[in-house]
Ligand binder design. Structure first.
Ligand code: BDR
Ligand code: CA
Length: 373
C-alpha cells in the first residue's frame, strides 16, 4: 500500500531541493528574463535583492495559485497587483485580488483597478472553470482593503518609469491593462525588464480550436503587446497542459496550516469538482498561471525557443490565435487577387521566446512545496 506520509515527504524534499537550486539555475541562465535570483552578489559586490514584479491578473483559480506562489517566493518582490476583466468581470477580479492578498497577510501590496472590458470586444468570461465568483464558488470574507486611486495602467506606468529596466511583469490574464499602458506611453515597453505572459498556444486553443482564452478575450491587446518591442516570454498551453495537479497534491494543500496554501487547497478541490462536472480541460486540474510564475523564478523548468508571434485579429473563427513563426521564413495570408504583394515572405525576426517543453513533475513539486511551507 502507498504510504501517504512518505509521498508527502518526498514531494516536500523535492520542492526544497528545487528551491535551493533555483538561485543557481537562474544565475546560470544569466541575463535571461529570470537572471537575478535573490541575494546573488553581482560583480560590484553589492547584494541584489529579489526581482521586482507586477502581477497583471484576472483571479481566477489558477491566478490565485500564481499569486500565492509569488508571495511565498523570496526570489521575487511583488510591487503591485493589477486586476483586469477576464475569467470573471472586473467587479469580481478586483475584490478577489484584494482578498487573496488578505488571506496571505500581504494587504500592504497595492492593488489597482484595471480595464473592465477588452479594447474592442465584448467581454467573454470562463465561469465554467472558475465558477461564478472566480474562485470556484469558494467563499472567503469580503476584503477590508481598498484598491489604490490610480488605475492599473497608470500604476504599471509609474512603477516601471520610476525604476527603468528593473521591473518585470507577469501577465496572467487578458493583456488589456498592458496595452492601455503602452498606448499612453509607447516608450514604456523598453523600460520593462521582461514580460512573462501566460497566454497563447502554438498547438491549438482551449476556448476555440485556434485560440487560448487570454489571447481570445482581447486579441487586439495581445497584438499590441507582442508588437511593442518588449522582451517577452510566452508560457502557453503547449506547456501548461502538460502538468495536472493530483488528488494527493490537493490533499497536501488542504491539510496545511498555512492560510494561503490551505485556501489554495479549498479552491483547487472545488475547481476539480467543477472541471470534472463540465469536462473543461478534459477534467484535469491545470495550473497555467502558476507555471508562468514558477518559470520566471526558475527558468530551467521550461525549454524555450525563439519565435515571432502574431495575433490573429481578423479571423472569424480564429480570433486570438497566436500564430508562431519559427526560424524558417514563412508566408503570411494567401494573397488576394486585388492585393498584390500583400503576402510576401516574412523574414524571421523573433519578438518572443515561447516555452515548448516543461518538466511538469518538477514544476508541480515546486508549486506545492512553496504553498505548504
Ligand atoms: C488562462 O485562461 C484563464 O482561464 C486562466 O486563468 C489562465 O490565465 C488559461 O487559458
Ligand atoms: Ca488568468
Amino acid at each position: 500500500m502507498k504510504d501517504p506520509d512518505h509521498s508527502r515527504r518526498r514531494l516536500l524534499m523535492q520542492a526544497a531541493g528545487l528551491a535551493a537550486g533555483a538561485a543557481l539555475t537562474a544565475a546560470a541562465a544569466g541575463g535571461g528574463p529570470a537572471a537575478a535570483p535573490a541575494a546573488v552578489m553581482p560583480r560590484t559586490g553589492a547584494a541584489v535583492g529579489p526581482r521586482r514584479i507586477i502581477i497583471d491578473t484576472d483571479p481566477g483559480v489558477d491566478d490565485a495559485l500564481a499569486i500565492f506562489l509569488a508571495l511565498k517566493s523570496p526570489e521575487v518582490k511583488v510591487e503591485a497587483i493589477t486586476p483586469v476583466a477576464g475569467n470573471v468581470p472586473l467587479d469580481l477580479t478586483l475584490p478577489n485580488a484584494l482578498r487573496l492578498l488578505e488571506i496571505a497577510g500581504r494587504s500592504d501590496i497595492p492593488v489597482a483597478s484595471g480595464a473592465s472590458r477588452p479594447l474592442k470586444r465584448r467581454l467573454v468570461t470562463a465561469a465554467y472553470v472558475h465558477g461564478n465568483n472566480g474562485l470556484a464558488g469558494v467563499e472567503f470574507p469580503e476584503p477590508k482593503t481598498k484598491p489604490v486611486a490610480e488605475s492599473a495602467h497608470q500604476l504599471i506606468r509609474r512603477i516601471v518609469r520610476q525604476s527603468p529596466g528593473e521591473v518585470s511583469i507577469i501577465a496572467i490574464g487578458p493583456l488589456t491593462n498592458l496595452a492601455l499602458a503602452f498606448r499612453d506611453d509607447p516608450q514604456l515597453p523598453s523600460q520593462i525588464r521582461s514580460i512573462t505572459i501566460m497566454g497563447g498556444s502554438l498547438s491549438g486553443g482551449n476556448i476555440t480550436p485556434a485560440a487560448e482564452f487570454n489571447s481570445y478575450v482581447d486579441p487586439e491587446a495581445a497584438q499590441a503587446v507582442y508588437r511593442s518591442g518588449a522582451r517577452i516570454t510566452m508560457i502557453g498551453l503547449d506547456v501548461t497542459r502538460r502538468a495536472a495537479l493530483s488528488e494527493e497534491q490537493i490533499r497536501m494543500l488542504e491539510s496545511t496550516g498555512n492560510p494561503a496554501g490551505h485556501a489554495a487547497g479549498r479552491i483547487m478541490r472545488a475547481t476539480l469538482e467543477q472541471v470534472r462536472r463540465t469536462g473543461s480541460n478534459g477534467g484535469r486540474l491545470l495550473a497555467h498561471d502558476a507555471m508562468a510564475v514558477a518559470s520566471f523564478i526558475d527558468p530551467s523548468l521550461v525549454t524555450r525557443q525563439d519565435v515571432h508571434i502574431e495575433i490573429e485579429t481578423e479571423g472569424e473563427l480564429t480570433a486570438g490565435e497566436t500564430v508562431g513563426y519559427r526560424k524558417t521564413p514563412m508566408r503570411r495570408s494567401a494573397p488576394l487577387l486585388d492585393a498584390p504583394g500583400a503576402a510576401d515572405d516574412a523574414p524571421f525576426q523573433p519578438n518572443a521566446q515561447a516555452a515548448v517543453d516543461v518538466d511538469g513533475d518538477r514544476f508541480l513539486s515546486f508549486l506545492i512545496g512553496r504553498l505548504v511551507s
